[in-house]
Unconditional design. Structure first.
Length: 71
C-alpha cells in the first residue's frame, strides 16, 4: 500500500485497504482467524477490579479530618 499524507488519505480505495491488511472484502476465513488469535491473542477486554465502595467510604474516616466531620 502506498503511503499517503493526511490531506490525501481520503483517496485510498477499499481495495488498497484490503491488500494492505491482507484481508478479503467478506472478512477473514476461520483458519486465518485462528492463526491471528494464536499470534495476537483474543480480542477480549480484561475486567479491572477496583476498590470496593465500602473501602473507599471507610478510607475517608481513616484521616484525622474525617473524625472532625463526624463530631
Amino acid at each position: 500500500m502506498k503511503k499517503y499524507d493526511n490531506e490525501s488519505v481520503y483517496k485510498v480505495t477499499p481495495q488498497d485497504v484490503y491488500e494492505h491488511l491482507d484481508v478479503d472484502r467478506n472478512g477473514l476465513s476461520t483458519d486465518e482467524v485462528n492463526k491471528r488469535q494464536h499470534e495476537y491473542g483474543k480480542n477480549v477486554l480484561r475486567e479491572v477490579k477496583g476498590e470496593p465502595m465500602w473501602k473507599k467510604f471507610l478510607h475517608h474516616f481513616s484521616k484525622l479530618d474525617g473524625y472532625f466531620v463526624m463530631v
